[in-house]
Design a binder for this molecule. Structure first.
Ligand code: PEP
Ligand code: MG
Length: 588
């Protein structure tokens, strides 16, 4: 029996996943993973056959084209590669995997290679162990050929009669998460990444248990190991004993029951015990997410992270969706929400949300570079295309426009100029849109908090992005697990900034919502209510938990308590006081 042990990391979502490890190396990470439909199996087999033939021909050409004076080893190496290709591990096994597990060709090949690589690791003879590199090089050749052959996006299916799988990878980027988002993977374990990385946000949004920041996961977890991902505690148990497994299965079913109980709150208004109704909105990445928004009966969408439409493109080609494609996506969201408002944020790329072939390597500090509004203002065609698409969607229902990462009044002025230009273009084309679309901005740069009148004087509404606000105010990279312990939403500086924003916006008569991850954390709901926030935007999956908290809160009781918390200067004291506040029994 394999030895059982546990690893401790950063809990980035909630719940428990039980399944077998699907370990993904860096090369494999770049390949696509999806299930093919029953009727597509033979076509997929054909695709792999064609790729193998093409690589065989490629190697033969390489061999004959070798110059006379080329080192003899080079020729021998090509021979070895050609031989590997004819071995059963390439010519037979991957085909079996496609047929039995319905994996796509790339995935089937990588699965086979990973299994073979693990066997090579156990070989003591150093020469033979070295052959592992040859194996991987040949596999890369085939994968490259495959990826070149098939350009269109795969359609992942949700059905799988295999055992549940848990992805284990060194680094799960937001783009990788998108690739897996509709797959049947039941959990994620990543060697890097923090609570507030965008990959973590997607894990929460899709309600998949995930533990990140386990730097030695790839060394310690083997392909097919049984795993329990306990995302509540931030631990991963590898090869659990039958007793532990049983306990986790019980815990899992208790959680499922609790969820069902929560669903009874669905129809109720989010009204506090003293009678104040709180607006609970949803954060989404794709129009399809609106189904979950409706399922949880949110009041609308407070943050549509439009950049995910741009990041979804796989295959390394930087192809932005054109105006029609964007318009379709925004309109779909608006139509699905049937009159509830949809706040669409303009493209917020940069930092960890890099596009497939964007300039990621160029900037030393990408989070401080040409990100979000800075990118859009320097790419007028991209910005105008998006603005036209968003405005056109406003003809189908209430739409608000949200600008990310503003720090200067001039940025807002320029953005408003572009919005006017987009409107003029639509008018001249006779395309309908809502003339009175509201424009707001994310408050996520500390300078914006300290110079709020610059924004309240120019905009219709504000939305606080605590994820970046914390990152920039505390100088803590939100995706770096090494500094994750310093990323504290309850730092007195952060609470002071939230209060300042709410107060200034209130005086200016401008509505302010909160859409960072703090809004999703029901343990912070009372704190945020006491700070004066009345609009929360979060993952739809968290909405009922937050609603329950609102229903049990009395603003008259908690407001003076939060005023007192704001006078505290020690992080630990604040954490304790917030916990007490969360646990306090409140009545009318
Ligand atoms: C934020 O920064 O809090 C936010 C909501 O935006 P994002 O997480 O997409 O950067
Ligand atoms: Mg942000």
């Amino acid at each position: 029996m394999k030895s059982s042990f546990s690893l401790s990391g950063i809990a980035v979502s909630q719940g428990i996943a039980i399944g077998r490890a699907y370990v993904i190396t860096n090369t494999a990470m770049e390949t696509l993973h999806y299930l093919v439909l029953e009727e597509e199996i033979e076509a997929e087999v054909g695709r792999l056959e064609a790729a193998l033939t093409s690589v065989r021909e490629e190697l033969a050409i390489l061999r004959t084209a070798l110059p006379e004076d080329a080192p003899a080893e080079l020729g021998a190496l090509i021979e070895v590669h050609a031989m590997i290709l004819t071995d059963e591990m390439f010519s037979k096994e991957p085909f079996n995997i496609i047929r039995t597990r319905r994996y796509n060709a790339e995935w089937a090949l990588m699965t086979q290679i990973e299994e073979m690589s693990a066997k090579f690791d156990n070989i003591t003879d150093p020469y033979l162990r070295e052959r592992k590199a040859d194996l991987e090089q040949v596999a890369e050749r085939v994968i490259k050929t495959l990826t070149g052959v098939k350009e269109e996006k795969p359609v992942p299916t949700g059905n799988n009669d295999q055992v549940d799988l848990i992805v284990v990878a060194y680094n799960v980027s937001p783009a990788d998460m998108l690739q897996f988002r509709e797959s049947f993977f039941k959990g994620f374990v990543s060697g890097t990444g923090g609570q507030n990385s965008h990959a973590a946000i997607i894990a929460r949004g899709t309600d998949v248990p995930a533990v990140f920041g386990l730097s030695n996961a790839l060394q310690l977890i083997r392909q097919n190991d049984w795993l329990v991902v306990d995302a509540d505690a931030g631990i991963v148990i590898v090869n659990p004993t039958p007793l532990i497994l049983e306990q986790y299965r019980i815990k899992q079913s208790v959680q499922q029951k609790a969820r069902r109980r929560l669903s009874r709150l669905r129809k109720m208004a989010a009204t506090t015990l003293d009678g104040t109704t709180i607006e609970l909105l949803a954060n989404i990445e794709f129009p399809e997410d609106c189904h979950t928004v409706i399922d949880n009966n949110a009041d609308g969408v407070g943050l549509f992270r439009s950049e995910f439409l741009f990041m979804e493109r796989s295959g390394g080609i930087n192809l932005f969706p054109d105006e029609e494609e964007q318009f379709d996506a925004y309109r779909q969201a608006v139509v699905l929400l049937k009159g509830r408002p949809v706040t669409i944020r303009t493209l917020d790329i940069g930092a960890d949300k890099v596009l497939p072939s964007s300039e990621k390597a160029k900037a030393l500090n990408p989070a401080l570079g040409r990100r979000a509004i800075r990118y859009c203002l320097t790419e007028p065609d991209v910005f105008l295309t998006q603005l036209r698409a968003i405005l056109r969607a406003s003809a189908f229902g209430p739409v608000k426009l949200l600008l990310p990462m503003v720090a200067h009044g001039s940025e807002v002025d320029q953005a408003l100029g572009f919005i006017e230009e987009a409107k003029t273009q639509l008018r001249s084309q006779g395309l309908p849109f809502d003339e009175s679309v509201q424009v707001g901005a994310m408050i996520e740069v500390p300078a914006a908090v300290l110079a709020l009148p610059m924004f309240t004087s120019r905009l219709d509404f504000l939305s606080i992005g605590t994820n970046d606000l914390i990152q920039y105010a505390l100088a803590v990279d939100r995706v770096n697990p090494e500094v994750a312990h310093l990323y504290n939403p309850l730092h007195p500086a952060i609470l002071a900034m939230l209060r300042m924003t709410v107060d200034h916006a209130g005086k200016a008569g401008i509505p302010v919502s909160i859409c960072g991850e703090m809004a999703s954390d029901h343990q912070l709901t009372r704190l945020l209510l006491g700070l004066g926030l009345r609009q929360f935007s979060m993952h739809p999956g968290q909405l009922l938990k937050v609603k329950q908290e609102v229903l049990l809160s009395n603003l008259d009781i908690l407001t003076p308590k939060v005023d007192r918390i704001l006078t505290l200067s020690e992080e630990k004291e604040i954490a304790m006081a917030v916990q007490d506040l969360h646990q306090e029994e409140m009545s009318i």
